[in-house]
Every structure is written in structure tokens, then in C-alpha cells.
Design a protein around this ligand. Structure first.
Ligand code: AMP
Ligand code: ZN
Length: 463
């Protein structure tokens, strides 16, 4: 079945056709100076659904995520504070310790969200050589200049600079306040810093231009080409990357190789937003981590379910009410799947299976329409014409894309202590000791279980 994806480059849904057998997919990873917030994590959930959809369609995928561990500036226009240094000062650690700690924390979040590991994790600090080589190529092709101790990319040399974001260079140039006096044109950007604005910069490397460190954008062009070749299929990130980071990545790659387009399909997710449409951001004080959700009793997969409820191209409004209903729906789904796993009986209806599989595939292949795909999953759950056998087969197939961990789902063993309380409560009820029975129910609830009465005893469930 045809897979169509919305390509930011053309602003249209396009049929996906890979360059070669194995799809090359690069996703801009985290800057590891703080925990990822759940907005950042929305990006990686969307990218995971994209990757799973490619696999579902029998494509092979080589997936690369970078770890931005070189210190970059808090502003996109090469100004502001160095993010890694900011983290180091905040925690009284070295920048290397900060990078290691938050890389580990990020990988742990990804795992909890059932996001498939990439084939390659590429750290910026481990690819300085590739970044320097790419800058040298740009230098040789005449796209750079040296000013104030730094190497800059000269955007005026590239005819189609800004095509991804459709920048109106004249109009926007006028309205932009220039902060770096070394730049010849407002959109020029730093490829290599030697004159750091920060004398206490810890991360420095030798280079043909002097000891220093790379600009932000060069790492992604260099590492993606290193692992995926000079032209590849898919590049992803949040929409904030369109006007600066991805625009500059394209400029660097196409100016170095002369091959266009560098990347065939550009996919971007919209933001996770709060109350007034305000973006969740690491720099603000309005961000939550996955641990905050967990502390409030939500599992990471509840959050994944919440994200699947709307297209990745629409802003997603966060609220605790919405989280609660995602948790509820997830719980109902898990209960249903456990029930089906206990009783997989029934005839197979191949025709019905194919009908539902085609429906689901056409939805997910329509630019990852996860909300419709979820609705189809619920249709299967409720369809009386399907046997348990058919239902389980279909649900587990769908979950290869949705990634809600349904295959691994097993009835949790209830701790002995809870069973003993339930048994004691049963005796209390049989002797009509209602007060004791209520006390025991409260105790069971406080341990995270609910208890209901049945004809022959009780029914214990994890809350
Ligand atoms: P960073 O760690 O800041 O480089 O961001 C990692 C990813 O999260 C990037 O792809 C960003 O575009 C994306 N991102 C940042 N804020 C949000 C948000 N509020 N909602 C969704 N994605 C976001
Ligand atoms: Zn990037």
C-alpha cells in the first residue's frame, strides 16, 4: 500500500519512495544539559511511530539520533549563554559530567516510552574530525569567511538559501536586529568558534583555524552524511528547527557536496503546548519531565497514548484532565488485552482480519494518522463479529506501529500480602463485620489495588 508523508520541503503530502533499499533516517537529538521535557519527548514518539510505520511497510531502516553534547548557545542566532556551561554551573559539575548524566537520563526516558533504539547514537564530541572536514570542504568551495576569530558560512553564496522555511530574505533581513558584528549578512552563521564569547569554555579542540569548538548546525550535517551518505531519505525534528537549524544544515550539506536535494523528505512535529498555546520549553519554568508524570501516577505509556490521540502536525494541548483520560483509556485497553490473552478462543475470520488490516494500514500510511488508527483499534476491541483470536491477532499487529507494549503485557502477580488482606476481608464479610471489611478495603486500596465482590469471593485488580 502507498505510504504518503507530509514533506515540509514541498508543503505537500508525497508518496514515499526511498533512494535505496535501506531507508536512511536522521533525527535531531537532545541537547544534554538538562532533562528532556515531555514536549521534547513528543518529537521522539512521533519519530518512533514514523520508523515503526516504515518497518510495518517492510522497509529496512537505518536510524540515527545525535546527542548534542558540545556547548551551544541558548539563542539560535549565535548569541546567548552556552547551554552546557549553564548546566555545569547550575549543578556544580564539569560539562562532561553534565553531558554524561543527561545522555543517560534521555536514553532511560526513551526506553520507558517504548521507543525503538536507533541503529546509531552519534555524539557530537566524538565526531569533531568529521565536522572539521566538512568545514574544510565548504572553505574549499568558497562558502566561508573568517571574521573576528570565527569561521562563518556565507549565506549570500548559496542561491536557494532558506528554501525549507521559505524565508523572504529581503523582508526578514530588514526586521532582524543584528547582534554579531562579524557577520556579513544577517543569516550567516558560525561554523567554528575560536574566539569564544566564554573564556571558561571547557570543551575545545585543535583545528586548522585555531583551538575552539564547532557551531551548532555543522554536527548534524557532518554526522548524518557520515552514517547515511551524501544524500538520504528522511530528516526529522520539531517545527522550531525549520527556519534556522535545518535551514543551515541544508545549506552546509548542499554547498559542500553540490548534490540536491540533500534530504528527500523533511518531517516536523508541532509543539506540545500549555494553557494559552504557550510552547513547553526547557528555557522556561513551565516544563515537566517524564518523572513528574510518573510521580503523579501516570505511566510513560499513558503519555505515549496521549500523544497518539492527535496528528503529529497539530499542536497538542497538555492538561492533567487529558492525561487522566489517556490513562483511563490505556487501562481499559490493557484490561481487554489481558482478557483476550487469557481466552484466545474462536474461529479465525481471515476476511475480516484483512479488512481491518487494510483499514489500519491506509490510516497510518496517510501521513501517520494515529488518531484514526487508534479509533480502528477500539473498533476491533468492540466488534462482536470478531473472535477473541481475531481480535488479539489484529491488536498485536496494530501495536507494532502504536508501540503501547501490548505484546509484553502480562497479568501482574498480586503480592501475597494483598491476597491475605483480601482473604481476611472475605471472612469479615461472611461474618457481617462490615466495619472491618471497609478498613481492609481501604488498606488494599492504599497498596494500589481495587477489590470487588463476586458470587464466589472477590476480584482483585491493580489500580
Ligand atoms: P532540544 O533538546 O531542545 O534540542 O530539542 C529536542 C527536540 O524537541 C527537537 O526536535 C525540538 O524541535 C523538539 N521540541 C522542543 N520543544 C518542543 C515542544 N514543546 N513540543 C514538541 N517538540 C519540542
Ligand atoms: Zn540537528
Amino acid at each position: 500500500m502507498v505510504l504518503t508523508l507530509y514533506n515540509t520541503l514541498s508543503r505537500e503530502k508525497e508518496e514515499f519512495k526511498p533512494i535505496k533499499e535501506e531507508v536512511g533516517m536522521y533525527c535531531c537529538g537532545p541537547t544534554v544539559y538538562h532533562f528532556a521535557h515531555i514536549g521534547n519527548l513528543r518529537s521522539y514518539i512521533f519519530e518512533d511511530v514514523l520508523k515503526r510505520t516504515l518497518l510495518f511497510n517492510d522497509f529496512k531502516v537505518k536510524h540515527v539520533i545525535n546527542i548534542t553534547d558540545v556547548g551551544h548557545l541558548t539563542s539560535d542566532s549565535d548569541t546567548g549563554e552556552d547551554k552546557m556551561l549553564k548546566g555545569a554551573k547550575r549543578e556544580n559539575k564539569t560539562v562532561w559530567e553534565i553531558a554524561e548524566f543527561y545522555t543517560h537520563a534521555f536514553k532511560s526516558d526513551i526506553k520507558k516510552l517504548n521507543i525503538l533504539e536507533p541503529n546509531v547514537w552519534s555524539k557530537a564530541t566524538e565526531h569533531i574530525k568529521e565536522q572539521i572536514a566538512l568545514i574544510q570542504r565548504l572553505e574549499k568551495n568558497g562558502f566561508t569567511y573568517f571574521a573576528g576569530g570565527n569561521v562563518y558560512f556565507d549565506t549570500s553564496k548559496l542561491k536557494d538559501y532558506g528554501k525549507l522555511a521559505r524565508l523572504d530574505l529581503d523582508a526578514e533581513t530588514k526586521s532582524r536586529v543584528e547582534e554579531d558584528q562579524n557577520k556579513k549578512h544577517p543569516y550567516d552563521f558560525v561554523l567554528w568558534f575560536t574566539k569564544s564569547k566564554f573564556q571558561d569554555q571547557e570543551m575545545k579542540w585543535a583545528s586548522p583555524w585555531g583551538e575552539g569548538y564547532p557551531g551548532w548546525h555543522i554536527e548534524c550535517s557532518a554526522m548524518s552524511m557520515h552514517y547515511l551518505g551524501e544524500q538520504f531519505d528522511i530528516h526529522c525534528g520539531g517545527i522550531d528547527h525549520i527556519p534556522v537549524h535545518h535551514t543551515n544544515e541544508i545549506a552546509q550539506a548542499e554547498a559542500a557536496t553540490g548534490k540536491k536535494p540533500w534530504v528527500r523528505y523533511w518531517l516536523h512535529n508541532e509543539f506540545l503546548v500549555l494553557n494559552q498555546g504557550e510552547k513547553m520549553a526547557k528555557s522556561g519554568d513551565n516544563f515537566f519531565t517524564l518523572s513528574v508524570l510518573e510521580e503523579k501516577g501516570y505511566s510513560p505509556l499513558d503519555y505515549r497514548y496521549f500523544c497518539l490521540g492527535i496528528s503529529y502536525r497539530k499542536p497538542l494541548m497538555f492538561s492533567w484532565e487529558a492525561m487522566a483520560s489517556a490513562k483511563n483509556a490505556c487501562k481499559r485497553l490493557y484490561d481487554k488485552v489481558l482478557e483476550l490473552k487469557e481466552d484466545e478462543s474462536g474461529e479465525e475470520n481471515k476476511e475480516k482480519q484483512i479488512e481491518y488490516l487494510e483499514k489500519f494500514t491506509s490510516e497510518i500510511n496517510d501521513d501517520l494518522n494515529t488518531s484514526k488508527a487508534l479509533a480502528t483499534l477500539w473498533e476491533v476491541v468492540k466488534d462482536d463479529n470478531l473472535s477473541n483470536n481475531d481480535k488479539l491477532f489484529l491488536i498485536l499487529r496494530f501495536d507494532k506501529v502504536l508501540g503501547l507494549g501490548l505484546k509484553q503485557l502480562q497479568k501482574e502477580k498480586i503480592p501475597l500480602m494483598v491476597i491475605e488482606l483480601a482473604e481476611e476481608r472475605l471472612v469479615a464479610r461472611r461474618t457481617k463485620n462490615w466495619k472491618r471489611s471497609d478498613e481492609l478495603r481501604d488498606e488494599i486500596n492504599s497498596l494500589g489495588y481495587t477489590i470487588g465482590d463476586t458470587v464466589d469471593g472477590y476480584d482483585l485488580k491493580k489500580e
